[in-house]
Design a protein around this ligand. Structure first.
Ligand SMILES: Nc1ncnc2c1ncn2[C@@H]1O[C@H](COP(=O)(O)OP(=O)(O)O)[C@@H](O)[C@H]1O
Ligand SMILES: [Mg+2]
Length: 286
């Protein structure tokens, strides 16, 4: 594990442009909205003048390409097999978003070899040199491969909903990450909430557990509202940010993007029990 981490660090250090940020969008439990968040966050950041790429790192069931309506000729599998260079599998999505497609349901990718994963991650980190953000959409859970993808990025955004199982699984994932990398930057994003307070509560519950049992606080990047427009956009294979720019989901994604961009993360000492947070572009401004 340490050799692995060291190799990745060496790769990053060799890259002349290490200013860019690599952000994994992950969760303990599946179906909480990771892929939708990853795509729409990436597009929101582009609209905020950032250079962004999306790596579909959901190694078992890649689907970012489906949601974006783009169909790659080559996928990560070709890179893993050493048949293609990264430039061959980067495709242009909406707003010029660079998408590195995983290859839907490819068995070999789900059973990727250690060397293959190294190639994948190092290739992605290399691409990162030209970018402000590399957003990595991962699969859910504690599988070793998911954890290793998470270890390779600089920031981890854990998506959770208000369902108790989602909150419990988010805690489990954070515990695993921190056991391996105690200093890892982890933030919580609450998805499918019906009010800002519901989002805050999701984060506070997770933060209470990490503070008590792991002696570590996690910060809050904001929430995305539950919005039927998300479901409509998914059906139409479109990003909701583009199909429904004025929807509450889109507006909340812009808030999250702004907080992510400016690193305006909320920490527990900024919030007292009954505080009501306003929700707008300056969500966390004093
Ligand atoms: N903010 C939201 N509002 C309403 N429905 C949502 C929202 N986010 C996700 N969903 C629903 O959850 C489903 C799963 O989302 P997806 O991004 O594929 O999750 P994951 O990648 O975590 O498995 C979507 O197809 C959509 O129906
Ligand atoms: Mg997904």
């Amino acid at each position: 594990m340490n050799d692995q981490a060291q190799r990745l660090r060496d790769l990053v250090n060799r890259d002349p442009c290490t200013v860019a940020r690599t952000v994994a969008v992950t969760s303990g439990k599946g179906g909480v909205g990771k892929t939708n968040i990853a795509i729409n966050l990436a597009l929101a950041l582009i609209n905020m003048n950032q250079k962004v790429a999306l790596l579909d790192g959901d190694l078992g069931l890649a689907n970012a390409d489906l949601l974006l309506g783009v169909y790659p000729k080559y996928t990560l599998l070709d890179i893993v097999n050493g048949k293609r260079e990264l430039s061959d599998i980067v495709i242009e999505g909406p707003l010029g978003l660079k998408v590195i497609a995983g290859g839907s349901g490819v068995y070999e990718l789900a059973n990727i070899s250690q060397m293959g994963l190294d190639r994948l991650i190092s290739a992605a980190i290399h691409l990162n040199g030209e970018l402000d953000f590399l957003i990595v959409d991962t699969s859910a859970g504690l599988a070793r491969k998911v954890i290793r993808v998470i270890m390779a990025v600089s920031e981890v955004l854990v998506v959770a909903t208000s369902e108790p199982s989602s909150i419990a699984d988010a805690y489990g994932l954070i515990k695993t990450i921190l056991q391996r990398e105690p200093e890892k930057e982890i933030t919580i994003l609450a998805n499918m909430v019906r009010s800002p307070n519901e989002g805050l509560l999701v984060w506070q519950k997770i933060n209470m557990m990490t503070s008590r049992f792991l002696q570590r606080e996690v910060k809050y990047v904001g929430c995305v509202f539950f919005d039927p427009k998300v479901v409509s956009a998914v059906r139409a294979q479109q990003a909701f940010l583009l199909a429904y720019p004025g929807s509450s989901a889109s507006r909340s994604v812009y808030s999250v993007a702004e907080n992510l961009l400016t690193k305006a993360f909320l920490s527990a000492n900024q919030v007292t029990a009954n505080v009501r947070m306003p929700f707008g572009r300056n969500t966390f401004a004093n």
